[in-house]
Design a protein around this ligand. Structure first.
Ligand code: HEC
Length: 147
């Protein structure tokens, strides 16, 4: 009898242990912010290609999608704000720089001014990079528990 009892006990443990193990192994649900960022990445690609085609109307049409990108839902915003804490000023400054550059990009495209488009595009990229260099790693560590 003993081996069977041991077996069923271990089955029982397995049955209860499995769901917990599955939950523990599941990666954290991605932030809505990540989807918003992926869209920004796609818009940047669209603009790069439009510049190559000197398709200024295409640049003009896409830049506002970056300048007025959607924001995280309120509950996520609260989580992000409480994590950022006293670094909020820095975070906002990166965001602001990016929005400004996207506006300049749109105006340069309206004037079909290629060099101005490229220079605005460069400031836009610096805006993205600035925030990523300062915040991406801490975000990933905090919200996804990754190293
Ligand atoms: C104010 C801060 C900030 C600015 C400005 C910013 N990002 Fe991000 N970005 C982040 C953070 C934080 C993450 C990490 C989010 C995550 O992994 O959940 C990220 C991640 C990304 C990712 C990776 C998404 C993935 O699938 O892992 C892409 C692509 C991206 N950003 C594109 C851009 C582009 C393009 C711009 C500029 C037009 C930009 N970002 C501007 C903060 C910013």
């Amino acid at each position: 009898m003993k081996p069977i009892a041991t077996l069923s006990l271990s089955l029982l443990i397995t049955a209860f242990a499995t769901p917990a193990a599955v939950i523990a192994a599941e990666p954290a649900k991605p932030l809505a912010l990540r989807g918003i960022m992926q869209d920004l990445g796609r818009h940047m690609q669209t603009i790069t290609l439009a510049i190559a085609h000197e398709d200024w109307a295409g640049v003009e049409k896409t830049a506002p999608l970056i300048a007025a990108h959607p924001q995280s839902p309120l509950s996520e915003k609260t989580r992000i704000l409480s994590f950022i804490g006293t670094n909020l000023g820095k975070f906002k400054a990166h965001d602001h720089k990016t929005h400004e550059a996207a506006h300049h990009l749109m105006h340069a495209a309206q004037h079909q001014d290629g060099p101005a488009v490229i220079s605005a595009f460069q400031s836009l990229q610096s805006g993205c990079l600035g925030c990523h260099q300062e915040f991406r790693k801490p975000f990933i560590q905090h919200f996804y528990g990754a190293k």
